[in-house]
Design a protein around this ligand. Structure first.
Ligand code: NDP
Length: 487
């Protein structure tokens, strides 16, 4: 496959940003070189998007016709799942099982928004005079989508599908570390009959290409997933333009084990919640609170199960913990752990790179559990974005809620108990966007997702996900043939 060209306004062209190496995190080898955009490519992409949304071919296309294109895109992604999975594993290091699941999730996302679009109604509001009042929705125009490296194709789809369903054009900037699948996705989408200009995919550095998209006067909304610092910067730039933004940001999610939890079920869920995706997940359950009465029996079992997790390359079928996205990121994770240990944390397992020739050139880090700290320690406050879990006891419900909510983040939480009324009462008190009870890290495209506090602004997914990419318009139709009384 040739990744040297970028996708600007429906054409493949040599980007003005030059070629960059894509590195396989499993062995440090160059996968391929890919093209990146320059600022002039951003200008061309936005101009092409503006032309495409104004073109009657798209503007007047009926919802069911637009939905048909989205369905075709979903089916084409699914038909290509093996190629996408191989490519994404090479680019991100993730296990093949995970990259397959991400590709299938992207396919479902397009089909879901196709179905949602077909069932979307406009409303006739209650009349307050001799006129009809309609509440309608129009596309915003050109939408900028900026995505991170941790779940590339799924995050791309979650932004592109509803934005197109709403009738917009999309300029996508994928993360530098993982641009290959986004370029590949552009090829799939272009082949399904989407009118030219409605999608551009512009790899390149966030501080140049991302900023240029955000600040471009022709871009009417930004959909962003990434770190909180970048999200804040984008929100500030958006404020100057009075432009809406949707921000899906970081997390430091609490997982709670109550005394009556099913221990085996809880341990399996906790391991999946923090160590799948090698912890590179905004919703990773990275702070574990265990009822003090259970703590001494529970934690050794958790540690034993963690040590048994299989660390290896994403291409090995039995791998559970694959390499991190890059050696640079692995070193950042290692640094968090070193600082926590220097601050007095106790290492229960992991805490370093696995040994053996297989791991020498890869960005591997062992699943790690730390204890002996309180919730105010830096390791409990900062997002590590790696396979690092901190375990803490709690005494009673008031203590638990205070600790769980004592975070700048508010993305997700998990509760393990067999007492549903108690779990429900707790769930209502947690300051987070998503709560899982007796499960974790499960997603449904039909269920809104987003964060509280520093974890974000706005919601993605769900039927309202299409409306979020539109602007409302009210229309009054006079029914009285006589002149208005004032005149
Ligand atoms: P970053 O915020 O660094 O990057 C995210 C994206 O923003 C990348 O495409 C990046 O480009 C781009 N970017 C960087 N600087 C700017 C800028 N000044 N203007 C516009 N765009 C910019 O986050 P990471 O890539 O490190 O991703 C990890 C973070 O994402 C974690 O904090 C995680 O919690 C969060 N995340 C949140 C999710 C959620 O749904 N809430 C889901 C997944 C991740 P480039 O990298 O190419 O330079």
């Amino acid at each position: 496959m040739d990744f040297t060209k970028i996708f600007v306004g429906g054409d493949w062209r040599t980007g003005r940003g030059g070629l960059v190496d894509s590195i396989n995190p499993a062995d440090g080898r160059v996968v391929t070189r890919y093209g990146t955009a320059g600022v002039d490519d951003v200008k061309d992409a936005v101009a092409a998007g503006q032309r495409a949304v104004a073109d009657p071919e798209w503007r007047a296309m009926l919802p069911h016709q637009r939905a048909r294109i989205l369905t075709r895109i979903g089916d084409a992604i699914e038909a290509d799942v093996d190629t996408i999975s191989v490519l994404q594993t090479a680019d991100t290091g993730k296990s093949r099982a995970e990259t397959r699941a991400l590709a299938l999730s992207a396919a479902s996302t397009f089909r879901y928004f196709a179905a949602a679009l077909e069932t979307m109604d406009e409303s006739l509001t209650s009349p307050r005079g001799r006129y009809l009042t309609l509440s309608l929705h129009e596309p915003i125009g050109v939408i900028g989508a900026i995505t991170p490296w941790n779940s590339p194709i799924a995050s791309d789809a979650q932004k592109i599908a509803p934005a197109l369903a709403a009738g917009n054009a999309v300029v996508l900037k994928p993360a530098e570390w993982t641009s290959l699948v986004s370029l590949h996705l552009a090829g799939i989408i272009a082949a399904q009959g989407l009118p030219k200009g409605l999608l551009s995919v512009l790899p390149g550095p966030g501080r140049i290409i991302g900023e240029a998209i955000v600040r471009h006067p022709g871009v009417g909304k930004i959909l962003f997933t990434g770190g909180t610092a970048t999200g804040r910067r984008i929100a500030a730039a958006a404020a100057e333009k009075l432009m809406p933004v949707s921000l899906e940001l970081g997390g430091k999610s609490p997982t709670i084990v109550l005394p009556d939890a099913d221990i085996d079920q809880a341990i399996a869920g906790i391991l999946f919640g923090i160590f799948s995706s090698s912890g590179q997940s905004c919703i990773a359950g990275s702070r574990l609170f265990v009822a003090r009465s259970l703590y001494d029996a529970f934690v050794p079992r958790l540690v034993e199960r963690t040590k048994a997790l299989r660390v290896g390359p994403g291409t090995a079928p039995d791998t559970q913990v694959a390499p991190l996205v890059s050696t640079l990121h692995r070193d950042t994770v290692a640094d968090f752990v070193e600082r926590a240990l220097a601050d007095g944390a106790t290492l229960l397992c992991g805490g370093g790179r696995p040994e053996g020739a297989l791991y020498d050139n890869g960005a591997y880090y062992l699943p790690t559990i730390l204890a002996g700290v309180t919730n105010d320690a830096a390791i409990c406050r900062e997002e590590v974005f790696g396979p690092v879990l901190v375990v803490m006891p709690f005494d009673d419900e008031a203590d638990l809620i205070a600790q769980a909510n004592d975070s700048v983040y508010g993305l997700a939480a998990g509760i393990w108990t067999q007492n549903f009324p108690r779990a429900y009462a707790l769930a209502r008190q947690l300051e987070v966007g998503t709560v899982w009870i007796n499960t974790y890290k499960q997603f449904s495209i039909s269920t809104p997702f987003g964060g509280w506090k520093d974890s974000g602004l706005g919601r993605e997914k769900g039927r309202d996900g299409i409306r979020a990419h539109m602007q409302q318009k009210s229309v009054y139709v006079g029914l009285d043939p006589s002149p208005l009384p004032w005149a």
